[in-house]
Design a protein around this ligand. Structure first.
Ligand SMILES: Nc1ncnc2c1ncn2[C@@H]1O[C@H](COP(=O)(O)OP(=O)(O)O)[C@@H](O)[C@H]1O
Ligand SMILES: [Mg+2]
Length: 314
């Protein structure tokens, strides 16, 4: 199926509810084999955007292509490619986990035996085999979410849209979810996963799209040629003055949780090309008499990108 074209492409989507513009101008591209985060605060328009991508809500303007199909005019073809997991599991509470999946399989016109086999396989995949004959309403929130994921996968979609799948998950469940999403991506599925809590998706995603008041902004390009470093200096003011005199840009602390910052001191991010540049900066700073306590490469995470972005748009 893959011919280099994106799995899903949405351009300039817009959707209002009466006079309220919920999605103003949203564009995004999903690639096969990649997990993309859709990040935005509550009310940003994430669910509205995903409903449009899933073909469940008609855009007022803009275009969507799912494997080349327009969900508005070619609904059946687009839906064949799409798996949708809403933020609330919703209905079907009196069905057992198996029945939820076989009902969905029937809706996708899978023959009965194939549907039963698929249900068993998916329950295994999401770790719910022991709950095959348990009614959905008895399941915990995390288990319901896993069943919701299985339900979205019944017809082996090539594009998966997950609305806040990690909300309310404990760290253990999040690690499991991460493994499942990474495995699905590795099998070639294009995945979009929304969250209003950035750190919940850390380590789960390859890419991120930020949504704010219905408008998407791509995160600043994650430059792999520049490694963020974390510098700790015992004299914050002196370091800031020195860095300014050297024309060395100071970025936010790339690991704010790491601590180790004494009173009066600072922890800052520096974008350095390589170890040689780090050595030069360190030598110059120490030669200038600055009390440098640490300089080390920092992990380049989503949270860091987000902080950086807020800084740039300020
Ligand atoms: N069916 C609807 N009717 C009226 N307003 C809606 C409807 N759906 C969403 N909205 C409004 O659109 C905005 C975006 O909502 P939503 O897409 O659910 O955001 P998010 O998922 O990012 O929290 C909110 O202000 C919400 O109240
Ligand atoms: Mg939502």
């Amino acid at each position: 199926m893959s011919n280099g074209a994106p799995a899903l492409e949405a351009v300039s989507l817009r959707r209002s509810f009466r006079s309220f513009v919920a999605v103003d101008d949203a564009s995004l591209t999903l690639e096969a084999g990649k997990v993309t985060a859709l990040i935005g605060p509550n009310g940003a328009g994430k669910t509205t955007l995903m409903l449009m991508l899933a073909g469940l809500l008609r855009p007022d303007a803009g275009s969507i292509r799912v494997r080349g199909h327009d969900p508005v005019t070619q609904g059946a073809l687009a839906r064949r490619e799409l798996g949708w997991m809403p933020d609330a599991f919703g209905m079907w509470d009196s069905l057992t986990a198996t029945e939820v999946l076989t009902t969905m399989a029937a809706a996708y016109r899978l023959p009965k035996a194939a549907g039963a086999a698929r249900a068993a396989q998916l329950l295994e995949q999401v770790g719910l085999t022991a709950f095959a004959h348990t009614q959905a309403h008895v399941l915990s929130r995390g288990q319901k979410q896993r069943l919701g994921l299985a339900r979205a996968l019944v017809h082996s979609p090539s594009v998966l849209l997950l609305d806040e799948p990690t909300s309310g998950m404990d760290p253990g469940a999040r690690i499991e979810a991460r493994t499942m999403l990474r495995d699905l991506a590795a099998s070639g599925v294009a995945i979009l996963v929304s969250s209003h809590i950035l750190v919940e998706l850390e380590g789960m995603v390859d890419d991120a799209v930020f949504l704010s008041q219905g408008r998407t902004t791509a995160p600043p390009e994650i430059r792999t040629d520049i490694q963020p470093w974390r510098l700790v200096c015992l004299d914050g003011d002196a370091f800031a003055t020195w860095a300014a005199s050297m024309g060395l840009p100071i970025h936010p602390d790339p690991a704010p949780g790491a601590g180790g910052v004494p009173e009066g001191g600072c922890a800052v991010g520096l974008h350095l090309a390589d170890q040689a540049q780090a050595a030069t900066v360190l030598r110059d700073a120490i030669t200038a008499g600055l009390p440098i306590a640490a300089l080390a490469p920092a992990p380049r995470g989503l949270e860091h990108t987000y902080l950086e972005m807020q800084l740039e748009t300020r």
